[in-house]
Design a protein around this ligand. Sequence first.
Ligand SMILES: *Cc1c(COP(=O)(O)O)cnc(C)c1O
Length: 375
Amino acid sequence: MKEIRMVDLKGQDKRIKSEIDTAIQEVIESTAFINGPVVKEFQNDLENYLGVKHVIPCGNGTDALQVAMMGLELKPGDEIITTTFTFIATAEVIALLKLTPVLVDVDPDTFNINPDEIRKAITHKTKAIVPVHLFGQCADMDEIMKIAKEHGLYVIEDACQAIGSEFIFENGERKKAGTIGDAAGVSFFPSKNLGCFGDGGAIFTNNDNFAKLMRSIVNHGMTIRYHHENIGVNSRLDSIQAAILNVKLKYLDKYIKARQEAANYYDKKFAGHQKLKIPFRVKNSTHVFHQYTLVVDDVDRDELQKFLASKNIPAMVYYPIPLHLQQAYKDPRYKEGNFPVSEYLSKHVISLPMHTELDEEQLGYITNTLLEFIK
Ligand SMILES: *Cc1c(COP(=O)(O)O)cnc(C)c1O
């Protein structure tokens, strides 16, 4: 059996190695390492894939979220509602810009931000909602967009884990994750569903004015060289990374399908087990399975992880500590017990190997080994 990895980048890249090598070599030959034509090419191809008006490539997913917030001209003291059960980057950029993060709990089935909790958290200072499409399934964008409209709030989607996922509105309309709100951030970190060979990211928006400002912000706040109209940052997608991403974008739907097939296999083996809750699949979103995350009950989760490791099966906990209990984010507004769903999940979730290269032999071994421990 092939070695089981949490993410098998080597196996994936081997299949497209010659295409990738050619793309990289072309950039090296051209020496257009920054803002070369291939960056624009990738931008256009991604805009077409997503059906979004503007893709603004940038340095990483964290920057994408930061630039989105800067481009919406959010100001210190503005309250930004987001989930406490996410990767730190979501709240980090809110704090860095001196905006006020207002944390809310998640839905116990989907792990995504709970719209009822968003409503309760709105004050006269609230300016934006940042839903995270956690693990690859969209948050309830029908409800979130409704709330935003009622209260005049921006919606910034953290789509870092959900590129290619589709939300299906009540009226049947389908839109891709990251193209629904006012702006979105996505990450091309190597282990993300569309990953490059280093750091990379992008902002999406359908608004021409926001796009113009955001495009200037990622490049030192200038549109004409050495004329700085805005305070910006230096956050660009390298040409080499764009060239790699443009090759991989062609395979994204295939990659998504491979992940979904692995998830279906896991589901079939685990469904109905008393101590295991398989990922809940909502009707209004596809799931691109950035992670396959179980909730275990009446099982020592950390012992399970150790047991799997002893059988050469990596498994990870995303995320062991909700944001409101993180040291750097200690805040008199929050204490343990405030967000019971997120706190419960942080103690009971476990994510299994999930990538495009899992074969039946590996999946069979993983599921049988896990069931052997759970009984
Ligand atoms: C990966 C990730 C980010 C940050 O992306 P980077 O490219 O690593 O900066 C932000 N939010 C979520 C939910 C993520 O998974």
